[in-house]
Design a protein around this ligand. Structure first.
Ligand code: PLP
Ligand code: COI
Length: 341
C-alpha cells in the first residue's frame, strides 16, 4: 500500500474520482451480486427514472485513518438502514443493509491509498446512492436501478474548517409536513440550490430552515442538523418529523451524555428562544461540527456569546470527543467503529 501523492491538508470538499467504485444493478426483481469498477462514467437511457422524476436517494459517510494506522468507518450500519428507509419512501427497491455494509468495506479496501493519513484533517468521503435507471414517461417508479458507492478524499465542508460561520433564516421551506424531509433524497437538495446560492450571494454560509407549517420552530440547515447549548450547559437539539435523522447528531447525544456527563434534550426548539442559547453548531458527516457564530434573521443578528473567532468550549469538546472516537484516540462505544480489513 502506498498513499496517493496528494496535498491532504489542503483538500476542500470537492469531488475527485478514485480508482474504484462499487456497483450493483437491480433488474428482474433482484439486485445482482455487485462488482468494483474503474469506470467513473455511467451510460443511461435518456428517459431514465432519475432524469425524469428525480427517483434517487443517497447517503454520506467517511473512512478514516486511525492514530495507529488502521482504516475504519463510522457506524455504516446506520447509513445502510437510513438508505433502506429512504428508498422505500421513493418506491425504490431497498438495497439490503448487510450488503451495503459489505460494499462499503470492499470499496474502501480497494481505495485504501486514497484514505487520507491520520492528522491531515482530511477523510475519505463515501457517497452511496441509488437511482432509477430504466425509462419511465408516465409518473411511475422505474423497473431497473443502480446502486453505487463512490469515494472522494475531502477536507472541511465549510471554508475555514472550525471557524464560526454566519447563516441566515431562509424564506424558502426545506420540507413539507409529511413530506420527504426525513429521508435523504436528491430532490430535497435540488430545491435547496436556489436558496443556498442566494444565501452565498448575500454573504452567508448556509440557510437555517424553520418549520414550514408555522415558521416558529427551528428545523435544520440544507446539509446538517442543529445543536444548541443552554446557559447551564445542556445540549439541546431540535426534534421534528421533517428533518434528517443525522447519524452524527444521534452519536453526539450519546457522547454528550456518556462521555461528557452532559444533560441532553431532543425537543421542539422555538426560534424565539434561540437568543437564549450560548453556543450553536451544525452537525453532520460533512460538517462534523461547524460552529455558528451568528444567525441573521432578515437583518436582525443573533450573535452567540461564543463569538466569531473560535469554536465555543462545549462544541469544541463534543467535536474533539467525536473525532477522537472516529480516529482511534478515544475508546469507541461497542459497534461504532468498523475496521476495514
Ligand atoms: N441534515 C441534512 C439535510 C443532511 O444532508 C445531512 C447530511 O448527511 C445531515 C443532516 C447530517 O446527517 P449525518 O450526520 O447522518 O451525516
Ligand atoms: C453529508 O454530510 O454526508 C451530506 O450528505 C451533506 C451534504 C450537504 C454534503
Amino acid at each position: 500500500m502506498s498513499k496517493k501523492d496528494i496535498d491532504w491538508s489542503n483538500l476542500t470538499f470537492a469531488y475527485q474520482p478514485t480508482d474504484y467504485r462499487y456497483i450493483s444493478n437491480y433488474k428482474n426483481g433482484e439486485w445482482d451480486e455487485g462488482t468494483l469498477s474503474q469506470d467513473p462514467n455511467i451510460v443511461l437511457n435518456e428517459c431514465a427514472g432519475v432524469l425524469q422524476y428525480s427517483q434517487s436517494v443517497f447517503e454520506g459517510l467517511k473512512a478514516y485513518t486511525t492514530v495507529d494506522g488502521r482504516t475504519v468507518t463510522f457506524r455504516p450500519d446506520l447509513n445502510a438502514q437510513r438508505m433502506f428507509d429512504s428508498a422505500k419512501r421513493l418506491e425504490i427497491p431497498p438495497f439490503p443493509v448487510d450488503r451495503f455494509v459489505e460494499a462499503v468495506r470492499e470499496v474502501v479496501k480497494a481505495n485504501e491509498d486514497w484514505v487520507p493519513p491520520y492528522g491531515t484533517g482530511a477523510t475519505l468521503y463515501l457517497r452511496p446512492y441509488v437511482f432509477g435507471s430504466s425509462p419511465v414517461i408516465g409518473v411511475a417508479p422505474a423497473e431497473e436501478y443502480q446502486f453505487r458507492i463512490i469515494c472522494t478524499p475531502v477536507g472541511p465542508y465549510f471554508k475555514g474548517g472550525v471557524k464560526p460561520i454566519t447563516i441566515r433564516v431562509s424564506d424558502y421551506d426545506r420540507a413539507a409536513p409529511h413530506g420527504t424531509g426525513n429521508i435523504k433524497a436528491g430532490l430535497n437538495y435540488a430545491m435547496s440550490l436556489h436558496p443556498i446560492m442566494e444565501a452565498h450571494r448575500q454573504g452567508f454560509s448556509e440557510n437555517i430552515y424553520l418549520d414550514p407549517a408555522t415558521r416558529t420552530k427551528v428545523e435544520e440547515t440544507g446539509g446538517a442538523n442543529v445543536l444548541f447549548v443552554t446557559k447551564d450547559g445542556k445540549l439541546v437539539t431540535p426534534k421534528s418529523d421533517s428533518i434528517l435523522p443525522s447519524v452524527t447528531r444521534r452519536s453526539l447525544l450519546y457522547v454528550a451524555e456518556h462521555y461528557l456527563g452532559m444533560e441532553t434534550e431532543e425537543r421542539e426548539v422555538l426560534f424565539e428562544e434561540v437568543p437564549d442559547f450560548v453556543e450553536c453548531g451544525l452537525c453532520g458527516t460533512a460538517a462534523v461540527i461547524s460552529p455558528i457564530g451568528c444567525i441573521n434573521d432578515h437583518g436582525k443578528e443573533i450573535k452567540f456569546p461564543s463569538g466569531m473567532e473560535e469554536i465555543g468550549p462545549v462544541m469544541k469538546k463534543l467535536r474533539e470527543t467525536l473525532t477522537g472516537i472516529q480516529m482511534g484516540t478515544i475508546e469507541p462505544p461497542e459497534g461504532w467503529i468498523y475496521e476495514i480489513k
